[in-house]
Design a protein around this ligand. Structure first.
Ligand code: SF4
Length: 345
């Protein structure tokens, strides 16, 4: 018989399995508690479930556990985790400590198909979507390690690691539900941000699904020609299509949108680029995170000249936009934005 992954079951599926196995209804809650609150990795850890029923579960289901393969620590305390799946696929998560917070950055795919020019993950190509359990498992592991290393649990989660989350929509949404549900980790959705390269139809789905977490757009240019040259996905969903999807999202959810913008010297850091960005972001109330570029291996890009960077910021602020300059962390261990490529340090 083909076993199913226990973490892929819906509550309805689990309920009917328990019922068909002659179990009382409270058994479902018990199993959910072990899976999503305690993050157990085998049926024997479900100590309040009879040995007999644990064997039944074992005969019908398996776990998609993830393993920490290696840990790299940066001089700024950013810590990168290389995870592996049961079928030996690799993906990364990062713990980023800051003054009063520790953020976990997690992956939704092994590799990525979108091939953004500035991103190391894109160069790996697409390997496969991560399962609900593999996405949830990263949060669980990082939360435990956060407590161990920094004496506190995670304060924030960003879905900005490897892969395009909206191309693994269902698994990503289900994993977030288990992270936020009271039966699961009970994490506030207000403290979760999902970042997309701009998969316009799926942004509309997020609005229809009335998500409670935050949305961030990896924009990097508000000019179609430039954006298409560094983010090929723009050829499929150009800025006009993206803008329509974002208006729809804002009108339905009322949520402020964040834009991520890597400053690349000579590519997107002129005043003209800032003007286009200010115009594009008029769609809704928003926040702009400017990111200093991390030079990585075999580079064709370089970080923005500091003076141009300041003029860019000054221009946006003169238009009353909320702008933050993000210094990348974890550069020495390839854990910074766009550097995740399963490289051990
Ligand atoms: S930046 Fe994101 S969407 Fe683009 S290639 Fe990298 S992982 Fe994929």
């Amino acid at each position: 018989m083909n076993k199913k992954c226990i973490r892929d079951l819906s509550i309805e599926d689990l309920t009917s399995f328990c019922k068909d196995s002659g179990q009382r209804p409270f058994r479902v809650r018990q199993i959910l508690y072990w899976l999503w609150r305690k993050g157990v990795s085998d049926f024997d850890q479900m100590s309040d479930i009879s040995k007999e029923f644990r064997v039944t579960l074992e005969n019908n289901f398996y776990f998609d556990n993830i393993k920490v393969d290696s840990i790299s620590r940066s001089s700024d305390k950013t810590t990168k985790f290389l995870f592996s799946s049961t079928d030996n696929k690799y993906f990364e998560g990062v713990l980023i400590p800051d003054k009063d917070r520790v953020t976990a950055c997690i992956s939704t795919q092994a590799g990525c198909a979108l091939n953004c020019a500035f991103c190391s993950t894109g160069k790996m190509g697409f390997i496969r979507n991560l399962s609900v359990g593999e996405i949830f498992g990263q949060v669980f592991e990082l939360n435990q390690n956060c407590k161990k290393d920094f004496g506190r649990y995670l304060t924030n989660i960003v879905i900005m690691g490897m892969g395009e989350p909206l191309l693994n929509y269902e698994n990503t949404i289900k994993a977030i539900e288990h992270v936020t549900n009271n039966d699961g980790l009970g994490f506030s959705p207000q403290r979760i941000t999902l970042s997309t390269a701009g998969i316009a139809p799926k942004i509309k789905n997020l609005a229809d699904d009335n998500i409670k977490f935050n949305l961030s757009i990896s924009l990097h240019s508000a000019d179609n020609k430039i954006r298409s040259s560094i983010m090929p996905i723009n050829k499929k969903y150009d800025l006009e299509t993206l803008s329509t999807a974002l208006s729809y999202f804002y009108n339905k959810t009322g949520k402020r949108i964040t834009y991520e913008y890597l400053l690349l010297e000579g590519i997107n850091n002129s005043l003209e680029d800032a003007e286009k960005l200010a115009k594009f972001t008029k769609i809704s109330p928003c926040k702009i995170n400017l990111i200093e570029y991390n030079p990585s291996d075999s580079d064709i890009f370089s970080p923005s000249n500091k003076q141009k960077q300041q003029s860019f910021i000054d221009f946006l602020e003169s238009k009353n936009l909320v702008v933050t300059l993000r210094k990348s962390k974890g550069q020495d261990i390839n854990a910074a934005c766009g550097q995740l490529a399963n490289k051990k340090q």
